[in-house]
Design a protein around this ligand. Structure first.
Ligand SMILES: *[C@@H]1O[C@H](CO)[C@@H](O)[C@H](O)[C@H]1NC(C)=O
Ligand SMILES: *[C@@H]1O[C@H](CO)[C@@H](O)[C@H](O)[C@H]1NC(C)=O
Ligand SMILES: *[C@@H]1O[C@H](CO)[C@@H](O)[C@H](O)[C@H]1NC(C)=O
Ligand SMILES: *[C@@H]1O[C@H](CO)[C@@H](O)[C@H](O)[C@H]1NC(C)=O
Length: 242
């Protein structure tokens, strides 16, 4: 029941239809109040492949928007800002440091939104005094995990786990797991479009720019004339049929 209701909202802009130019349609959502899903993202199980780009596939699970990273697993998508190209993620296991230790963005279309800084994760059998921040979600009975500056000396009771680049706003002294991970993406072809208030859409590998407010379409690449010509033909043949 819920599924059929929301499947009505699932659509994507497809250039094979006249309605393609009507850009004021509701975006896809995993539930009421969930994030708007539109290009370059798509809901893998509900929208055809051309609705999104590779690496931007999302899943709806229990009304929650999720993204899967092979190097880590699933993360919850809490917001997507299409104009600043920023996606906010939360770890469903509530341990963002576990994400930092394992998430590898190198084969994904994403980069960190914030500037990175290297930190070393230490696994210690006894508590470290002063200035060190223990990470509760990685620590357990008898072991204490800390982040320290890579150059910091550490006692014999500690073993380094890994040195990783983590987003700068994560102070190692701040163990707030509710502060999620912010990623960004970039299509250089779309910069002019999105910067000018348009919506960048790909047909195959060709970017197109749609202006929502003006309901005006503007092609970045050649081929627009052919497309408009075909649409005019479709329109005229529809008119003739009626
Ligand atoms: C999903 O949302 C619908 C409609 O808001 C609600 O009826 C349903 O209980 C929700 N399902 C879950 C698993 O939260
Ligand atoms: C991330 O993945 C790439 C490609 O698989 C690999 O070359 C690189 O070593 C990985 N980086 C880390 C820090 O594991
Ligand atoms: C982190 O350390 C690695 C290896 O020493 C280095 O290549 C990288 O540039 C450093 N990253 C930052 C953000 O300082
Ligand atoms: C830290 O060390 C303990 C004991 O050796 C081990 O059980 C635990 O998995 C380690 N934690 C991490 C995050 O590597």
């Amino acid at each position: 029941m819920g599924a059929s209701l929301f499947s009505l909202l699932f659509f994507c802009i497809t250039l094979s239809r006249v309605e393609a130019f009507e850009a004021n349609r509701p975006p896809a959502k995993c539930s009421d109040g969930a994030v708007d899903i539109r290009f370059p993202f798509r809901v893998k199980s509900q929208q055809p492949q051309h609705c999104g780009r590779h690496g931007f596939e999302l899943d709806c699970r229990k009304n929650t928007t999720m993204i899967h990273f092979p190097s880590y697993g699933d993360l919850v998508v809490t917001s997507i800002s299409y104009d600043t190209k920023r996606v906010s993620l939360l770890d469903p296991r509530n341990c963002v440091h576990e994400v930092f230790l394992n998430l590898n963005l190198s084969l994904t279309p994403f980069n960190n939104y914030f500037v990175l800084k290297n930190y070393t994760y230490l696994n210690c059998s006894s508590t470290l005094s002063s200035h060190s921040s223990e990470i509760p979600c990685l620590s357990g009975e008898g072991n204490h995990v800390y982040t320290v500056e890579p150059s910091s000396p550490f006692p014999d009771s500690c073993t380094p786990i890994k040195t990783v680049s983590i987003p700068f706003p994560y102070s190692p002294y701040l163990s707030d797991n509710t502060f999620g991970l912010q990623l960004t993406w970039d299509f250089p072809e779309c910069n002019d479009c999105e910067g000018g208030g348009g919506q960048c859409i790909f047909q195959g590998e060709k970017p197109w720019c749609f202006y929502k407010s003006q309901k005006k379409s503007h092609a970045i690449t050649e081929g627009i004339h052919k497309l408009l010509y075909n649409l005019l033909h479709m329109f005229l043949s529809l008119m003739q049929q009626n």
